[in-house]
Design a protein around this ligand. Structure first.
Ligand SMILES: O=P(O)(O)OC[C@H]1O[C@H](OP(=O)(O)OP(=O)(O)O)[C@H](O)[C@@H]1O
Ligand SMILES: O=c1cc[nH]c(=O)[nH]1
Ligand SMILES: [Mg+2]
Length: 211
């Protein structure tokens, strides 16, 4: 497993506004989208390509095209859905699958309540979207799920991670072809396993308080 923190003033500035508890939901959504586009630029650096012949108005030349099958983007509902638009803006030909997962706030167990993914993920490059990597439980379950379907190349784009959650994933996935691309590794988890300083509950800030 590899981890990449995108160190860029645009990312740092947008993240600061996102963290602010006074930032309203519409601005929060917009900034999430913008941040994902910036992170996706780095996260797609190793996307598989092949040479392709094209003709410009002047001459024939060889350019670059994505190999088939195209990348698969998997937002983890709810909060990951707020990242989808920012990702597909950059990779409009990507296919999109969905995983619905929620963390039980008392036990921290992960409940998978929805899944809409291809049965066979062999050979697919997969980009998982989830803004928060706290205990790492959700991403661990998501990656396990994808591996069971044959995936072997997974990049997770997150906004924030806690060192505890990253360490847990690293321990379990040390040899796996998994990359985590982030805007920040924060300080720690608090007693409720929220990221500190963090930005609160990403799903609630994007979509309001879940019932
Ligand atoms: O690393 P973990 O400790 O597993 O926590 C991270 C998870 O918590 C949040 O989702 P949540 O369960 O709040 O669902 P939501 O997106 O519907 O709000 C977040 O979007 C991650 O999926
Ligand atoms: O800080 C956290 C931890 C888990 N989920 C969130 O949305 N925020
Ligand atoms: Mg939530």
């Amino acid at each position: 497993m590899r981890t990449l923190v995108v160190d860029h003033p645009l990312v740092a500035h947008k993240l600061t506004v996102l963290r602010d508890k006074n930032t309203p939901s519409p601005v929060f959504r917009q900034l999430t989208e913008e941040l994902v586009t910036l992170l996706a630029y780095e996260a797609t650096r190793e996307v598989k390509t092949q040479p392709v012949e094209i003709e410009t108005p002047v001459t024939k030349t060889v350019g670059t095209a994505f190999t088939k099958p195209t990348p698969l983007v998997v937002p983890i509902l709810r909060a990951g859905l707020g990242m989808l638009e920012g990702m597909t803006k950059l990779v409009p030909t990507a296919e999109v699958g969905f995983l619905g997962m929620a963390r039980d706030e008392e036990t921290l167990d992960i409940i998978t309540y929805a899944e809409r993914l291809p049965e066979d993920l062999t050979g697919r490059q997969i980009f998982v979207l989830d803004p928060m990597l706290a205990t790492g439980g959700t991403l661990r379950e998501a990656i396990k799920f994808l591996f069971k379907r044959g995936a072997s190349d997974v990049t997770c784009i997150c906004l924030l991670a806690a060192p505890e959650g990253l360490a847990k994933l690293e321990e379990e996935l040390s040899d796996a072809n998994v990359k985590i691309v982030l805007a920040s590794i924060d300080e720690k988890l608090n007693e409720k396993s929220y990221i500190v300083p963090g930005l609160g509950d990403a799903g609630d800030r994007l979509y309001g308080v879940a019932g």
